[in-house]
Design a protein. Structure first.
Length: 202
């Protein structure tokens, strides 16, 4: 019996049956042949299809497996998970990726993480950062910042503080970028957030 491409004779040889997914045949084949590693097929296939970049197959499958999140592959016809490479530090990828992308400034990628995370207030980062850096004393930042802003006069901040704090009552600071405030002299006073002290009324 002559069977068409994508078919093979049944066990009894009385009829032709479509090749199952993961196999193929050319015309007049006696049996269906399993797709080789790096390829796949649907049912009734006359040829196997090469896995695209970002995917792989061990052979004999109806579809290719995508490279997992955090990996990538530029190779077509990947034959195993070893064709998927880990993204460099500070970069991420989705499932089935052919390349990795950098975390934006203000974000970071912790070891073992699969997604970029935003830096907390009081910290900052540049492009492709693996960690966030605390702002220097006298500076602070909002969440997801690529840099720090200087504390205004009348406020202060320690390294990593999530915001510049006003000087408490009885203290002042007349300079920007302060890490602490100065106490008023005896006989003087200052409300919270002051840049100078005032003399008490006699």
């Amino acid at each position: 019996m002559s069977c068409g491409a994508g078919e093979a004779a049944s066990g009894s040889g009385a009829t032709c049956q479509a090749c199952s997914a993961g196999t193929f045949s050319i015309a007049n084949s006696a049996t269906c042949t399993g797709c080789g590693a790096g390829s796949y097929s649907g049912a009734g296939a006359s040829v196997c299809i090469t896995c695209p970049a970002g995917q792989y197959s061990g052979g004999g499958t109806s579809s290719c497996t995508t490279c997992p999140v955090g990996t990538f592959s530029t190779l077509t016809g990947g034959q195993s998970s070893s064709s998927c490479q880990s993204c460099p530090s500070g970069q991420v990828s989705g499932s089935g990726a052919t390349s990795c992308s950098s975390c934006s400034a203000g974000y970071f990628l912790a070891a073992g993480a699969t997604a970029c995370m935003r830096c907390t207030a009081g910290q900052y980062s540049g492009l492709s950062a693996a960690t966030c850096t605390n702002c220097d004393a006298g500076y602070s930042s909002s969440e997801g910042s690529s840099g720090c802003y200087i504390c205004s006069a009348g406020t202060f901040a320690n390294s990593g503080d999530s915001a510049c704090s006003p000087c408490p009552g009885g203290q002042y600071m007349n300079l920007q970028g302060a890490s602490s405030c100065l106490s008023c002299a005896p006989g003087q006073y200052a409300p919270e957030g002051s840049t100078s002290c005032s003399n008490c009324n006699p």
